[in-house]
Write a protein that binds this ligand. Sequence first.
Ligand SMILES: [Zn+2]
Length: 128
Amino acid sequence: MSDIKLKPCPFCGGETQHGAYVAYSLDSSFDAIECENCEFYFNTEKMSENDAAFEFNKRPIEDALTEQNAQLKAGNTELVAKIELNNKLLAAVLDNRHGLNGSDFCAIECLVKNNGMLLQKHKEPNNA
Ligand SMILES: [Zn+2]
């Protein structure tokens, strides 16, 4: 019995287990890791259960996407922090509006509005 926890089925996400796949067309069976939900099986003949579990759990594309997703989330968090800081700075400038002309004031209001939209856009993925 392997002590390595099997990952879910790569196709449907169902639970998987070690077992003996019955190939009716060949009138035989062989060791396999099988999905309990769909027809997927991973042939593990001539492997120990630990080796089979190790090979089955290899998911290079999934691992790369998970890493990329973590990096994107970190970048997003950084962007949100920068936008929030810019909003605070802009609010402080607007509070001390002495010396600002009408054009400056409009430009700052436009920046605040754009920052609000950027913030909404970049906060949503983190809240999902
Ligand atoms: Zn499945």
